[in-house]
Design a protein around this ligand. Structure first.
Ligand SMILES: O=P(O)(O)OC[C@@]1(O)O[C@H](CO)[C@@H](O)[C@@H]1O
Length: 305
């Protein structure tokens, strides 16, 4: 079974506004509230493609209750309940573009962190843990190591979609897959990603450090996938972007939904990933994936080596 762990879930609130300025009341409209956090988005997208997963995360307060209740309609959820209030992240779309306001989130006490590790240790069907998103306040980066320790004790694989600088060390623990974007690769691994030559060197460098597979996303410029032996380039979907929130998570999950069970068939997995990410970028939240097949026809994948 695949488990997704969201260390810092959120209700996402997407709104539209004509302008966003100081010294003025910024009226917004068209509010869309969705139960989110990066790992939840991964589970919802896996579910769309018929791949079962279980949601793990820390939830509290009215917003935490809402997320658990809504998520349970789509996937099994094993929550660890905390005292604080799960954050509400705000995404404001204006004619000039999108403003993102993620909150730091509710603190998760050490006791609750240990409760999650115990929950993980008690799972008898853990095959792959997808760890996604930021850490809650009071969580040290070493929590990632503790999660990986449990996965390795249990012989499970793990996937990391995190932007913490500690990722540079965590790749030495041989994650099955990491999904950084170009900015994260440059900042975390201290390498250039200005052109394809740089990107290929960066991928080789990250493999040398220990990552088994890398899905490098470049937003509107497409993506690269490398399995340490071969590298593929995928074009981006040409779509009218409404909100990029959730698009990266949907890209990762849709890639996993095809690739986990057929690891030699990278091309169809990349086509699905880019089309799904593109469709999600057209919507507030994850949307309904209705245009994926149509968008997929325009995605080009090239094997580079
Ligand atoms: O603060 P994090 O955990 O890095 O990101 C949280 C978040 O922005 O990521 C998702 C989109 O990827 C949203 O659903 C959610 O609000």
């Amino acid at each position: 079974m695949i488990y997704t762990l969201t260390t810092n879930p959120a209700v996402d609130m997407n709104v539209n506004a004509d302008t966003l300025t100081t010294k003025k009341v910024n009226r917004t409209r068209d509010a869309v509230y969705t139960p989110n956090g990066k790992g939840l988005n991964v589970s919802f997208t896996l579910g769309h493609y018929g791949v079962e997963s279980v949601i793990l995360g820390f939830f509290g307060g009215f917003s935490g209750d809402y997320i658990v209740r809504e998520a349970e309609k789509r996937c099994p959820v094993r929550p660890v309940l905390i005292d604080g209030i799960t954050r509400v992240n705000i995404f404001v779309t204006t004619p000039e573009g999108e403003y993102k306001f993620p909150n730091a989130g509710a603190p998760v006490s050490r006791e609750k962190q240990l409760e999650m590790l115990e929950l993980l240790r008690g799972l008898d069907d853990l095959e792959c843990l997808v760890v996604s998103g930021s850490l809650s306040p009071e969580m040290d980066a070493s929590y990632y190591d503790e999660l990986i320790d449990v996965c390795q004790e249990k012989g499970a694989e793990f996937v990391l979609d995190i932007s913490h600088p500690h990722l540079a060390d965590l790749v030495e623990r041989h994650p099955l897959l990491i999904k950084p974007n170009d900015e994260e690769v440059a900042e975390i691994f201290g390498v250039d990603v200005a052109d394809e030559g740089d990107i290929l060197s960066a991928l080789a460098h990250i493999h040398e450090r220990g990552a088994k597979n890398i899905l490098l996303t470049l937003g509107g410029e497409g993506a690269y996938f490398s399995n340490g032996e071969h590298v593929w380039r995928a074009s981006a979907a040409k779509v009218k972007v409404l909100s990029t929130a959730c698009a990266g998570d949907a890209t990762l999950a849709s890639f996993l939904s095809a690739w986990l069970g057929a690891r030699d068939e990278v091309e169809p997995a990349l086509v699905r990933a880019m089309a799904t990410g593109g469709n999600v970028a057209m919507c507030a939240g994850l949307g309904d994936f209705a245009l994926v097949d149509e968008i997929a026809r325009s995605i080009e994948v090239t094997q580079l080596s």
